[in-house]
Design a binder for this molecule. Structure first.
Ligand code: CTP
Ligand code: MG
Length: 229
């Protein structure tokens, strides 16, 4: 299975002066943790890291220091995640029929979740890992007034990996460009095109490292994993 890793962000909400994927948790960069999970997932056979050339010297030294046996390519990212994935799709080898997309910032993903998504995408056109939301969610207008409370039993928090049929995802991205759609994940493009996307049970610990607090939580989770081995 082909895996694209969007890693071309700047990490604004982290407040750091460099790509947050270069920050360390338990002596490894966030990018390294994500790559180690991809290396350990035996269903993954090719890895494309979508990234900004300014980060390539750092990314190359991370790659050189990891025990990776799978082919890895660096692909130039765009100014939004959507553009980055678009570039990643153009750079996939022509043999790729399905693709998994997994955010570099979700460095706590397990090899099991990557494997189960890789297996499931062979049987459907689109899927995402997601978990049921625990909080009650409110829809609020611009003046801070609640408009409605959606039934929680239908609410899921989207994660990555997300898996797609490559041809369909390319078509949906092209339609997105034509229509000027701006989305925060690829599943949303499928939804707008009216193509079914399935849920795969995600993992509570599969958080996206976004703020400094998430770094502390990731440190805690990785430490408890290493002591339970
Ligand atoms: N990403 C990307 N290209 C972009 C923006 C984001 O490939 N132009 C990637 C990030 O590197 C990250 C993933 O998409 O792995 C999820 O994005 P997010 O968590 O929002 O990361 P950043 O955009 O870097 O953070 P922020 O939004 O706080 O600036
Ligand atoms: Mg972002």
């Amino acid at each position: 299975m082909y895996l694209l890793i969007p890693a071309a962000g700047v990490g604004k909400r982290m407040g750091s002066d460099r790509n947050k994927l270069l920050l360390e948790v338990r002596s490894q960069t966030i990018l390294a943790w994500t790559l180690l999970a991809a290396q350990a997932a035996d269903q993954i056979s090719w890895i494309g890291i979508i990234s900004q050339p300014i980060d390539w010297p750092d990314f190359k030294s991370i790659l050189a220091n990891l025990p990776l046996t799978k082919p890895v390519e660096l692909i130039i990212g765009g100014s939004t995640r959507q553009e980055s994935v678009y570039n990643g799709l153009q750079a996939l080898p022509t043999a790729a029929e399905q693709v998994l997309i997994h955010d570099g910032a979700r460095c706590l993903v397990t090899p099991d979740l990557l494997n189960s998504c890789a297996q499931a995408i062979r049987q459907c056109s689109g899927l995402i890992a997601a978990v049921p939301v625990k909080d009650t969610i409110k829809v609020v207008d611009e003046s801070g007034i609640i408009q409605s409370t959606p039934d929680r039993s239908h609410l899921w928090a989207a994660q990555t990996p997300q898996g797609f049929n490559v041809e369909l995802l390319k078509q949906c991205h092209a339609e997105g460009v034509r229509q000027g759609w701006e989305v925060t994940d690829d599943a949303a493009l499928f939804e707008k095109c009216g193509i079914e996307v399935r849920i795969v049970q995600g993992e509570e610990t599969n958080l996206k490292i976004t703020t400094p607090q998430d770094l502390a939580i990731a440190e805690f989770i990785l430490t408890s994993r290493s002591s339970s081995k």
